[in-house]
Design a protein. Structure first.
Length: 402
């Protein structure tokens, strides 16, 4: 069941302290989305080696899983505002250094990979703080609305930024696109300076490891969070690889490269439209609602299993985007309301680690499975498993009532 929310509170949210966070986050995502495209194009422009690109991208992604838990501990110990400012400042310096190397013609894969490792580490430390800081800025009743606003800006920016990055890289070079990213990190840090300097948790006489263990105990004691995280891990395992690897294979065979590009664009529209609609809606039972809508995210996989037609998969991708948006917004809101505030970033870091650790494994496994059983069959079976994984948490009364 939904609750219609008046427009005036939304305007008040954007005018208050949440508005500074909203602006900073939008700017940061714009720069990061540009950087992801620009760095890949720039490395290929300069070196022409796919191996170099693989090394640089791996260096950027690896810290996310290795340092996420440490980021959760620090966010709960020293305050989320300060960690966000520090992470953006470090990221600006590292990205700016990569831009200088490219603009000065001094590209070396080791140097660029090392700096990418730094930006990945900064993002890993920032992620738990990002999930934990929103409840410090808005009342609990406004959390779903605030998360929907953040999702709206995120999806809108990610539609525009890659195109801008491609244009800047093609006309001025990848180095200048990375300069834009570095500046965006600094601008975001300035916006975050306007956030209230509170939410600091002073832990006396306890080590970082002790805080980490305490966070694990809290995470494990919240059975609905643990079950939800394991469910997301299974859903990501059967979705990430099949969608990103088998999707372009099956759709391109029917509609060419343009067909797959069109499918991704339609999916992005579904994500954006639902996030905008969700700003006006609230759900009394977000956990249950998220699980029901989450089933829709399996529709694109089922469509790949039945037909590789760009039209069929495109419509399914739109529906899947709608379901994914509601699932993400309601989950974040439930965690932010129900998890003890002093442990929120640690619990969020365990949640993210459990949920996303299967993503790289999925990408590695899907190719061999498709070779053994056929791409369409694997996609369809993964869609069925996704539905089951999405609905299993509803066996818990706590999730159904939540």
């Amino acid at each position: 069941m939904t609750i219609d929310l008046p427009a005036r509170p939304v305007r008040r949210l954007l005018r208050g302290r949440f508005g500074w966070f909203f602006a900073g986050r939008a700017v940061d995502i714009f720069g990061t989305s540009m950087s992801t495209v620009a760095l890949a194009l720039a490395v290929l422009q300069v070196s022409g080696e796919a191996t170099d690109l693989g090394i640089v991208l791996a260096a950027n992604v690896t810290p996310g899983l290795l340092l996420m838990l440490a980021g959760g501990v620090l966010a709960d110990r020293v305050g989320r505002r300060g960690l966000l400012i520090a992470a953006n400042t470090v990221s600006a310096a590292a990205t700016g250094a990569i831009a200088v190397l490219l603009l000065c013609g001094r590209y070396q894969v080791a140097a660029v990979a090392g700096l990418s490792l730094v930006t990945g580490a900064a993002a890993a430390f920032a992620q738990p703080a990002l999930r934990g800081v929103v409840p410090e800025l808005v009342a609990d009743v406004d959390l779903q609305r605030a998360n929907a606003l953040l999702a709206s800006s995120r999806h809108a920016v990610r539609i525009v930024a890659p195109a801008v990055a491609g244009l800047v890289t093609a006309t001025a070079g990848g180095g200048w696109a990375l300069v834009v990213d570095a500046v965006s990190c600094l601008v975001a840090a300035v916006f975050f300076l306007r956030l209230p300097a509170r939410g600091r948790v002073v832990v006396s006489g306890r080590s970082v490891l002790a805080d980490l263990v305490a966070g694990w105990r809290i995470f494990r004691s919240l059975r609905w969070v643990l079950v939800g995280s394991v469910s997301f891990a299974v859903m990501n395992a059967v979705n990430a690889g099949p969608w990103n690897v088998l999707g372009p294979m099956l759709v391109s065979a029917r509609g060419g490269p343009f067909g797959w590009g069109a499918v991704l664009s339609v999916r992005a529209v579904g994500l954006l439209v639902m996030s905008v609609v969700a700003v006006r809606l609230g759900w009394r039972r977000p956990l249950r609602t998220g699980r029901v809508f989450g089933v829709l995210s399996a529709v694109p996989l089922l469509a790949l299993g039945v037909s590789g037609s760009p039209w069929v998969v495109g419509v399914a991708a739109f529906v899947g985007g709608v379901g994914m948006t509601v699932s993400a917004i309601t989950w974040d809101s439930a965690v932010q309301v129900r998890v003890p505030r002093e442990a929120l970033s640690r619990v969020a870091s365990f949640d993210d680690l459990f949920s996303f650790v299967t993503v790289p494994l999925s990408g590695l496994a899907v190719g061999p499975f498709a070779g053994w059983f056929g791409a369409s069959r694997v996609a369809g079976v993964c869609g069925v498993v996704f539905v089951v994984a999405a609905l299993v948490p509803l066996l818990s009364a706590e999730t159904r009532r939540g």
